[in-house]
Design a protein around this ligand. Structure first.
Ligand SMILES: [Zn+2]
Ligand SMILES: [Zn+2]
Length: 283
């Protein structure tokens, strides 16, 4: 079973429409994918609809919630989320609104540094999805202020950059709870660079974390080994995916090039089934 459980669409900062991601996934031979856009489930319904014509491909409804820690961000994935849940939609909308205000503040700061980009263009680059820092980076690149998106982060909008703006704070443990409240299975995303990972994991586990993303992009065997030990210690499902955005740059890891192990995917499906049974019994 080939499964890439971390994909973005135009609903957030991906460059492909949900139906295009589904088509591409089928083309590269994937059998299970998860649509995991930043702070939105807007891409899930169109992806599920597109996959109906493809019996060989299963789409897991998902989300990736961005949260804040003292130094940087922690992302929490939610799988098998009830994407029709009203409370989840409201909470995600609040997060996106906060992000939009943040991007506008960054543009103001940039302007005070003599770096002028237009809000309208940044919004356009987000293609109707939530406006994120990569869109600001792209606008800087377009105007020639930087030579790459990475340089935009290093020089301006990264955590220590002069145009960095803090966001509405959501703690990782709060994201785990949000996902559980919407019947989802919370999984810690790309954990290798998280400061204080060893302290964070037990806290999230206590809040209901079920998995950890071990096979991510081009994580090497050292990193994978370290994450596997953490997964074993806390009995977490070891997931994987590429975090594919279709950015189109040479360094991007292509969809389907990092996979979740088949037994982990089965474990996730089993946990989702078990939870649906429990929900049925409650009603
Ligand atoms: Zn992420
Ligand atoms: Zn992602």
């Amino acid at each position: 079973m080939k499964a890439d459980l971390h994909l973005h669409t135009t609903a957030s900062d991906g460059r492909l429409e949900p139906n295009e991601i589904v088509g591409l996934a089928a083309k590269v031979g994937l059998e299970v994918i998860a649509i995991t856009d930043h702070d939105t489930v807007g891409g899930v319904a169109p992806a599920l609809a597109a996959a109906q014509a493809l019996p060989s491909l299963t789409v897991i409804p998902g989300v990736e919630i961005n949260t804040d820690v003292p130094r940087g961000e922690v992302h929490v994935l939610g799988y098998f989320i009830d994407f029709t849940d009203r409370k989840l939609a409201d909470n995600l909308l609040r997060l996106r609104d906060a992000r939009q205000g943040r991007a506008q503040k960054m543009i103001t700061k940039l302007s005070s540094l003599g770096v002028d980009i237009e809000w309208r263009r940044v919004e356009e680059l987000a293609q109707g999805g939530s406006v994120c820092r990569p869109h600001v980076a792209l606008a800087l690149l377009e105007k020639g202020y930087v030579g790459s998106e990475k340089e935009a982060f290093d020089r301006y909008i990264g955590h220590d950059g002069p145009a960095y703006v803090d966001r509405m704070k959501l703690l990782p443990v709060e994201a785990v709870k949000l996902i559980i409240d919407a019947q989802g299975l919370p999984v810690l995303a790309h954990p290798a660079d998280i400061d204080g990972l060893d302290e964070l994991v037990p806290k999230l586990k206590a809040a209901g974390l079920v998995g950890i993303e071990v096979y991510y992009r081009d994580y090497g065997s050292d990193v994978i080994g370290r994450l596997l030990r953490i997964a074993e210690q806390y009995e977490l499902v070891t997931t994987g995916g590429t975090d594919y955005h279709a950015f189109g740059d040479a360094s991007e890891v292509m969809i389907g090039e990092a996979l979740a192990p088949p037994q982990s995917v089965e474990r996730l499906f089993a946990l989702a089934d078990k939870r649906s049974l429990e929900l049925l019994k409650q009603h």
